[in-house]
Write a protein that binds this ligand. Structure first.
Ligand SMILES: O=C(CO)[C@H](O)[C@H](O)COP(=O)(O)O
Length: 259
């Protein structure tokens, strides 16, 4: 089900006030519009999954703001990364974890790719494991993106599909991953820090191999199963059938896609 809503651009006074002239919105403004729309789904008393990344950051900021204004009360946040944990703490959002709250009402998070069936690629920010754990425990998962994230099929952006692996013999695991998708022209690269070329280390102490596809990987469930069967793999960034709603902000408006 899909609903199109006319999109007013954000201003400093109101993120959703009407346009005064034709304005080209930046990608970050679109992310903020999607994030603010998603926060409309939040109700007092909810246990919330707090996503990671530049889009989710806007949502967490907004939740903090509404709490401060007293417009939301008794929220408990479960962060999906150390970075979001820090952000939420600084905003005074009460925090907990999956051990204490194994069932969440709602999660709001960004994505790197969204396909027409609302399957996602996530984890270019490196937090895919915690995101998958938290969002998998939610009754509703609202994904927020700008329109640049829409793809015909996962991997179709030509950008990274991340896989979290253990550091032990990472080259062995990276080669196995690449070989799995030889038919799709897959190249696997260890993610490194730009500053020093050292391996990027996740919040869980693991490495990430980014897979780049030249062709459609085909059956996503089969691809997911094959990746997860490899020893050394912890989790991958395909979120299949997990998002219940995707909010897409584009130049022409907000589109809300529901499962
Ligand atoms: O999965 C993620 C982090 O692991 C992010 O949600 C994803 O990378 C999108 O990021 P951004 O909102 O900055 O574009």
């Amino acid at each position: 089900m899909e609903a199109g809503i006319l999109l007013p651009p954000p201003t400093s006074s109101s993120p959703l006030s009407p346009p005064t002239s034709s304005v080209i919105l930046t990608q970050d403004e679109l992310k903020k519009i999607a994030a603010y729309k998603a926060v409309e789904y939040v109700e007092s008393g909810m246990v919330l999954g707090l996503g990671t990344g530049s889009t989710a950051k806007h949502a967490v900021d907004r939740i903090g703001e509404l709490l401060k204004q007293g417009k939301l009360q008794n929220i408990v946040g479960i962060p999906t990364s150390k970075m979001t944990h820090e952000q939420a703490l600084s905003l005074g959002i009460p925090l907990s974890d999956l051990d204490s709250h194994p069932v969440l009402d709602l999660a709001i998070d960004g994505a790197d790719e969204v396909d027409p069936h609302l399957n996602l690629v996530k984890g270019r920010g490196g937090s895919l494991l915690r995101e998958k754990m938290v969002e998998g425990a939610c009754k509703k998962f609202v994904c927020i993106v700008d329109e640049s994230k829409l793809v015909k099929h996962l991997g179709g952006s030509g950008l990274a599909m991340p896989v979290e692996i253990v550091p032990f013999c990472w080259k062995f695991t990276a080669k196995k991953l690449q070989d799995l998708f030889e038919y799709a022209g897959c190249v696997g690269k260890l993610r490194t820090y730009v500053e020093n070329g050292k391996p990027f280390v996740t919040d869980n102490g693991n490495y990430i191999v980014d897979l780049y596809f030249q062709k459609d990987m085909g059956d996503l469930k089969a691809a997911s199963d094959a990746i997860l069967q490899l020893p050394g793999v912890v989790e991958h960034g395909m979120f299949l059938d997990m998002a219940t709603t995707v909010i897409v902000a584009g130049e022409l408006g907000i589109t809300v896609k529901n499962k």
